[in-house]
Design a protein around this ligand. Structure first.
Ligand SMILES: [Zn+2]
Length: 296
């Protein structure tokens, strides 16, 4: 049974509800060291998806993660709501991917793994990924339903019928989709921090499913969840739509503020410990792709 620990490295500040250059620095100084220590404790090889923007601002963050033996991937170039892949044209997506890939590869060497910012993709994304020579994507969260609590929720509705295990997204079989585990709620750091009980129940279902189907379990986490909250909380408004603002900015931000910092690290430690105890092996997105190709 395989467990994929996946990590999105971006400059998004949870207390400010927006991207912030200061947060990029804190992710390097505090968030990553805390997370890398807990991963090392469990010998959990992971995939870290960096935004091009953060990689440009703090290239030493990539070196730090690489030195710990983890896979480096790409999380798009920018992480702003109005630059999400599901609202970009094919050409804009190719441009974004090319820019980010060049920056990240200048530090990390060749990369193959992609995850879209905020898990937002459209039908052009797969072609754009093939054109920029990525081989895995992890942007689909099957059977997840969080309606107005997330941006791009209309596009995400089609994931309600998406396959739960790894599958090819294109006819050429060049891009392997590695879905983020979910069942109504996603198996991610945010769920873990909002409700430890909910994530424990979800986890039991996912582990049972993995044992019976061989599907990997894929967890999504961020080093910015490991940062101590300092100063005031400000809800930066990211939309003119009042309903969207209430759910996807205001309420979601309140929920996301729970159990940040050391508490998140302790919870993460518990999840990794339990996965090991249940017999899971840790692997990266590219390890999984190689294994998947051999099996065919
Ligand atoms: Zn992200």
């Amino acid at each position: 049974m395989n467990f994929l620990m996946t990590v999105d490295v971006e400059s998004f500040s949870i207390p400010l509800n927006r991207c912030d250059p200061e947060t990029a620095r804190q992710v390097y100084d505090q968030g990553l060291p805390r997370l890398l220590a807990v991963l090392a404790k469990h010998d959990a090889a992971s995939t870290f998806y960096f935004t091009g923007e953060l990689a440009q601002a703090v290239p030493e963050a990539i070196e730090l993660v690489k030195d710990h033996g983890h896979e480096i991937g790409c999380h798009g170039h920018l992480h702003e709501v109005d630059r999400a892949f599901d609202i970009l044209s094919y050409d804009e997506q190719v441009h974004d991917l090319t820019t980010a890939k060049k920056i990240i590869e200048s530090v990390a060497g060749p990369i193959q793994a992609f995850r879209a910012p905020a898990l937002r993709i459209n039908d052009d994304t797969i072609r754009a990924l093939a054109a920029t020579r990525f081989t895995t994507d992890s942007s689909v969260c099957p059977q997840r339903f969080d309606g107005p609590f997330t941006f791009g929720s209309k596009q995400k509705l089609k994931w309600l019928t998406a396959p739960r295990g790894p599958h090819y997204l294109d006819g050429d079989q060049s891009i392997l989709e590695i879905p983020v585990s979910a069942l109504l709620v996603p198996y991610i750091g945010t769920t873990m921090r909002i409700s430890p009980l909910m994530v424990r129940l979800l986890q039991e279902v996912l582990f049972f499913e993995a044992a019976h189907t061989g599907r990997p379990v894929v967890f999504l986490f961020h080093p910015n969840e490991c940062l101590d909250t300092r100063g005031n909380v400000i809800t930066t408004r990211r939309t003119n739509n009042r309903i969207k603002y209430l759910f996807a900015d205001k309420i979601r931000q309140r929920l996301k503020l729970r159990n940040l910092g050391e508490k998140a690290v302790v919870q993460m430690d518990g999840i990794l410990h339990h996965a090991k105890e249940c017999g899971f092996s840790f692997m990266t997105a590219s390890d999984l792709m190689r294994e998947y190709r051999v099996k065919e």
